[in-house]
Structures are given as structure tokens and as C-alpha cells.
Design a protein around this ligand. Structure first.
Ligand code: TXA
Ligand code: MG
Length: 318
């Protein structure tokens, strides 16, 4: 598993691997993705194998520009174009009608495809050099914490991938927001773009899928994004009895509490963007300590805080 620098030589190598059926992990502004040529069903099959991901779980296809978008999605409505104009490139994924050429494996047989135009310069350079849309889920084993650093990918998937492009820490630290507008306007996953910002353009989004489109977002499974250490969500560490702190780690929102075996503070100034950027990184660190439990403090559910709360609740349900 060669770790590649994100210089010309590294990007050329990564793009060459992608063009010849390889599977390459790379940074985006949200989390690291595990990518393959979206039109190469055999390469995409390896993604499912490497992640031990069930094939009913469709992938997100990453595109460089509108030209690439047109190769994977068919008709794009004015409402979708308004979201594209406002949020792309960036951490918003749109579920659109798919082109026939997109392999069924990518979309789990659905008539729709999830697409996003990433903003990260390394992801964009890779798309430009590979010259093909890249299907990429988060680069973690299915159900586990998402990776926000190249080292996380190396530790979790190591020898199983063809290469990892090292781009340092990701900016947002959690996944893209996923929205579908037709046949119904639905929020499919809270993520790096606050739902309030999207609803300011689309109007209210439903939170539940129409039956015909189920099950299609395992990111919505009650159990997901989990560390190996049992985790529970608490209101406030100050009210946890001393006896329960000794063999536990604390993931605090604003301030540590004495008595825990280890602790991390998501954001001392209570900044939710900073907290999101630290979330998976700190969970990886605390998980590696092998303690009996992780106590994660609740954060305010406004803006990107909704996505943090969502990830913590699903991790705790596992
Ligand atoms: O930020 C992100 O979105 C990262 C980076 C790498 O781009 N990717 C990511 O992918 O989080 P993944 O596979 O971990 O999550 C993709 C989610 C899944 O819950 C999947 O079910 C949903 O997108 N999805 C994909 N295609 C869909 C479709 N056609 N309809 C509804 N949901 C879909
Ligand atoms: Mg994922």
C-alpha cells in the first residue's frame, strides 16, 4: 500500500491506478474517500469488497465539472441547478436521475445516482487527471468511524487498497449533506452543509423517504459511524459519577472534567465547525486507547451541530 504525496508524481500515479481499475483513497474536504472509476464495475466491486460494504448501499459519484455531471446524471431540474449554483463545488451530495451507463453496482440498482462536486484541490486534481467520474464512499470499513487523515485509512484498510494520497487533515471532518429533490424533496443525511442553508433555497425538506426509495441510505441506519469502544451520549460530564469515569474516556464539547482516564475537547470556544472537524479524529484517538467506554457530550443541534448529533447518536446505537 504505497502512501503517495499529493505532488505531480503522486497524483499522476494515483490517476493511472484509477484509469486501470485500481482503488485509491484520497482526501476530500469532508472525509477521505475510497475511489474507483465510476464506469468500471469491476473496480467498483473491489470498493465493496475492501470495505465489506453490503451491495444494497449505493456509492457517491464525484465529478469535476458540469461536463462530468452530464455523463452520470440525466435531466437536472432548475431547482437542482439552484443548489448546484450555491453549493458546488462543496460538501453537498445530490441524488439525481442516473444515466444508463452508470453501473447498477454503483447505485445499488436504483434509478438514481448520488453525485457531488468536491472542492478539495487534491480531489479535483485527481478527477482532472483521471478524466473520469470517481465513485467513492468514505474510506473506512462499513459501519466504522470515517477517516479524516491518511493515517486513519492506512490503519483501517492498509494493504487492501492500491494507494493512499496523503492530503493531511480534512477541513470539515464529517461527510457531505445528502439531498434528493425529486420525486420528493428529502434530506437524506445531515452533513457539512447545514440543512438550514439548503432549506433557505429549497423550502422545507422532508426527513423521511418515500417507501419506493427504501432502503437506500445506510448512513441513516440507526447503527453506523461507530468506534469499537462502547460509546454513550451524555448531557453533561459534570453529572457523571466519579466511579463511572475511571476506565472511561470523555469526548467533551467545551471543557474537560477531572477523573476520566482520557479526554478530548471538541471546541473550547464552543464553535460547532471546529467541533465537527475534530469529531472523528478524536474518536479515532480515544478508541485506540481501548478503554471500557467513551462518554460523548451532547452538542447543540443547530447548523453543523445537527450532523455531529446525528453521528454521535448512530455511533451510540451500535
Ligand atoms: O462526504 C462524503 O459524502 C464522503 C466523501 C468521500 O465524498 N462520502 C461518503 O460516502 O460519505 P458514503 O458511501 O460513506 O455515504 C454515501 C451515502 C450512503 O448512505 C448511501 O446510501 C447514500 O449516500 N446514497 C448513495 N446513493 C444514493 C441514492 N441513489 N439514493 C439515496 N442515497 C444514496
Ligand atoms: Mg460512510
Amino acid at each position: 500500500m504505497p502512501m503517495l504525496d499529493a505532488d505531480d508524481a503522486g497524483l499522476d500515479r494515483a490517476a493511472a491506478l484509477l484509469r486501470t481499475g485500481g482503488v485509491v483513497a484520497f482526501p476530500t474536504e469532508t472525509v477521505y474517500g475510497l475511489g474507483a472509476d465510476a464506469f468500471d464495475a469491476r473496480a467498483v466491486a473491489r470498493i465493496f469488497e475492501i470495505k465489506a460494504r453490503p451491495t444494497f448501499d449505493p456509492l457517491i459519484v464525484h465529478v469535476l465539472d458540469e461536463v462530468m455531471l452530464a455523463r452520470v446524471a440525466s435531466s437536472v431540474s432548475p431547482a437542482v441547478l439552484a443548489l448546484i449554483a450555491r453549493f458546488w463545488p462543496g460538501p453537498l451530495t445530490l441524488v439525481l436521475r442516473k444515466q444508463a451507463e452508470v453501473p447498477d453496482l454503483v447505485t445499488a440498482g436504483l434509478p438514481t445516482v448520488a453525485v457531488r462536486m468536491p472542492a478539495h484541490p487534491i480531489a479535483r486534481a485527481l478527477l482532472a487527471r483521471a478524466g473520469t467520474p470517481i465513485a467513492a464512499p468514505s474510506a473506512n470499513p462499513f459501519g466504522y468511524l470515517s477517516p479524516t487523515r491518511a493515517e486513519h485509512v492506512a490503519a483501517m484498510l492498509g494493504e487492501r487498497v492500491d494507494a493512499i494520497v496523503d492530503g493531511g487533515s480534512t477541513e470539515h471532518g464529517l461527510e457531505s449533506t445528502i439531498v434528493m429533490l425529486e420525486p420528493e424533496a428529502v434530506l437524506l443525511r445531515h452533513g457539512a452543509v447545514p440543512v438550514e442553508a439548503i432549506e433557505a433555497i429549497t423550502g422545507p425538506l422532508a426527513r423521511e423517504l418515500p417507501d419506493a426509495h427504501r432502503p437506500l441510505a445506510p448512513g441513516r441506519l440507526p447503527q453506523h459511524y461507530a468506534p469499537r469502544t462502547p460509546i454513550r451520549v451524555i448531557d453533561d460530564a459534570a453529572s457523571v459519577p466519579q466511579s463511572e469515569r475511571e476506565r472511561a474516556a470523555l469526548l467533551a464539547f467545551r471543557a474537560a472534567e477531572p477523573g476520566y482516564a482520557a479526554s478530548r475537547v471538541l471546541s473550547a470556544r464552543g464553535d460547532l465547525r471546529e467541533a465537527a472537524a475534530h469529531l472523528f479524529e478524536y474518536l479515532h484517538e480515544l478508541d485506540a486507547l481501548g478503554l471500557a467506554r467513551i462518554d460523548a457530550e451532547r452538542v447543540p443541534s443547530e447548523g453543523i451541530g445537527a450532523a455531529i448529533s446525528d453521528r454521535l447518536a448512530r455511533a451510540a446505537a451500535s
